[in-house]
Design a protein around this ligand. Sequence first.
Ligand SMILES: [Zn+2]
Length: 167
Amino acid sequence: MVSRVQQALCDAIHHNRLVEYLADRCDLNEDVLCYKVCWTSIAQARKQATFTQRKFITKWISGDTPSGVEMHCRQQRDCPNCPIYMTEDESLVHILTCSDSRSVDLRATLLLELHEWLIAELTCPWIREFLFYGLQSWFDDPEGHEPGLNWHETFAPSVQAQLSLGW
Ligand SMILES: [Zn+2]
């Protein structure tokens, strides 16, 4: 008799461990991670990603990305500083928010590419703007407040519909 119970149990245990790990590492509420994150969409996105992309994401989540801080801890770099903005340590957050003009320009280009891709994928404009301006705000000031957004009445139903369809 062939049964999928064992595989389903294994998947559930791995999923629960991942949620526990992320909650602990990112100082987030486990219930929020369990019930507010659309894991089906994340699983689908992971399936569509290349092996290299999946490897990068796994390294990033586990903190194994060779940032200046990590390389310094491994004694593979003399100092933990950002190589282009020497006054700050190259942590994972710094990599995403480095204020050197070259980093700012690169991020702006990538954000515009994301915006164009969301348009090409026919993403609801309210969701598109939420992602674009939310990321822009975080890049500009990771410790700051979220931008004040005026939700259009169609936003919540659009997000709900998109969650049902998958992203
Ligand atoms: Zn930097």
